[in-house]
Design a protein around this ligand. Structure first.
Ligand code: ARG
Length: 446
């Protein structure tokens, strides 16, 4: 059993240790790079206020760079009996450098350290998600443009309702992602604030230079009030979870549509055989499992805000160990959403569209409103036109004219995909990832 950072003259029992460490040794590995980069900023600041000498800083930075390479090479583990990533990094430094390693924790607590790690990690994860959402958006817009003249039935109450088009269907999900991107941007801006320096949640009597660590780590600004900075644990996760859930909601609905429209009874779209799976008993089956799994995973992701909320709901201000459990639901969510986004972008361009679905007379009646509007445009009062067409339908005399003339913004004949793309681009321009890259490269490479 390794000693704890906080160990004095008593040792916790093995049972207590197992239960309190929980899944940290496994989950904290995800935070390892962020932990080391955060420490680099912290000690650079400590040197600037006289708590480390220039030589000590140089030695410590070199050792931290070594640890960073070991993490990137997959060599880093959190040893048996070591509580978490913060303890492991400090243990490695003291093992390798002796007393100098013990100096890095001045003016810091694991409470602000884990806050910082989570923010640095989440900032990068959100950036990955933004890129994947943009990729999927582009695929959907391409499909929308490619099939903009192909009509399909539109439904209300799952009853055949009015003409729609594949241009509208694909394009709708692209626009939905543009709205989701706004949530991602709000989440990103909340994440991109430095909590370091809040220490245990009440600041420090050392004259910490928080602006300096804010700049070194490429944050927009800091969480100023140290009590609020600590209150951000859980609040950050919840806000980000809402953004992830918004994206997941879009994809889950798309997945359900795709499953439904791929069914033989609809046959609006078809997945190529190599994108389907078979049945162990029914030799003819080609199942849309990718969309079904995507739907389930994305529905599950929509529970994340509730999970986060319930874990932290009844906590007053200040740190509690409860917050550690947030990592169990929060950290794995990113990989799951990224996988769903990647697979959806993979399969969307492979969907085959049925260009002749409206040849089937069962869809004839969805042109009734077109006929009513045609009569009304020629001067027949709308209510009379509606009634006349209705009576024709009842009498079996209705003859659909399948040429639709929809011209207003966002309709079949005027999708406005260019305007939706411009809206998306405007949001993307607001992220300013470049500033983060410059800061981190300077900090890590010296
Ligand atoms: N593993 C802990 C967590 O995730 C790190 C912070 C520990 N702080 C403490 N006061 N015990 O919350």
């Amino acid at each position: 059993m390794a000693t704890k950072l906080w160990q004095k003259n008593t040792t916790p029992t093995a049972e207590i240790e197992r239960f309190t460490i929980g899944r940290d040794r496994e989950l904290d590995l995800l935070l390892a790079e962020s932990d080391v980069v955060g420490s680099m900023a912290h000690i650079t600041m400590l040197e600037s206020i006289g708590l480390l000498t220039a030589d000590e800083l140089t030695t410590l930075l070199a050792a931290l760079r070594d640890i960073l390479s070991e993490i990137r090479d997959g060599q880093f583990t959190i040893e048996e009996g070591v509580e978490d990533v913060h303890s492991e990094v400090e243990l490695l430094l003291t093992r390798r450098l002796g007393d100098i390693g013990k100096k890095i924790h001045s003016g810091r607590s694991r409470n602000d350290q884990v806050l910082l790690d989570l923010k640095l990690w989440t900032r990068q994860q959100l950036r990955d998600i933004v890129q994947l959402v943009k990729n999927l958006f582009d695929e959907l817009q391409r499909q929308s443009e490619r099939h903009k003249d192909v009509l399909m039935p539109g439904y209300t109450h799952l009853q055949v309702a009015m003409p729609s088009s594949f241009g509208l269907w694909f394009g709708a999900y692209a626009e939905s992602l543009a709205d989701d991107m706004l949530f991602l941007q709000a989440a990103y801006r909340l994440v991109n604030r430095n909590p370091l320096g809040s220490a245990a949640g009440y600041g420090s009597s050392f004259p910490l230079n928080r602006q300096m660590t804010t700049d070194l780590l490429g944050f927009d600004t800091m969480d100023y009030n140290v009590v609020y900075a600590q209150m951000g644990r859980g609040k950050m996760e919840r806000n980000v979870a809402f953004a992830l859930a918004s994206v997941a909601g879009t994809i889950a609905k798309l997945a359900f549509d795709a499953c439904l429209f791929n069914s033989q009874n609809f046959a609006f779209v078809k997945l190529p055989a190599e994108c389907t799976t078979g049945s162990s008993i029914m030799p003819h089956k080609k199942n849309p499992d990718v969309f079904e799994l995507t739907r389930a995973k994305c529905n599950k992701l929509q529970a994340l805000p509730q999970q986060v909320t319930l874990i932290m709901n009844n906590l007053p201000s200040g740190y509690f160990r409860d917050l550690q459990v947030l990592k169990e639901v929060f950290l794995p969510a990113f990989e799951e959403l990224k996988d769903c986004l990647t697979m959806t972008a993979y399969i969307i361009p492979r969907i085959e569209v049925n260009e002749h679905i409206l040849d089937d007379p069962r869809y004839d009646l969805m042109f009734s409103v077109e006929e009513v509007n045609r009569l009304a445009a020629n001067g027949v009062p709308f209510r009379d036109a509606y009634r006349n067409v209705g009576l024709d339908i009842e009498a079996g005399k209705f003859q659909p004219d399948k040429h639709v003339h929809h011209t207003h913004e966002g309709s079949i004949g005027n999708l406005c995909n260019d305007r939706i793309a411009a809206f998306m681009q405007q949001i993307l321009d607001g992220f300013a990832f470049g500033k983060v890259d410059i800061a981190l490269q300077r900090l890590v490479n010296g």
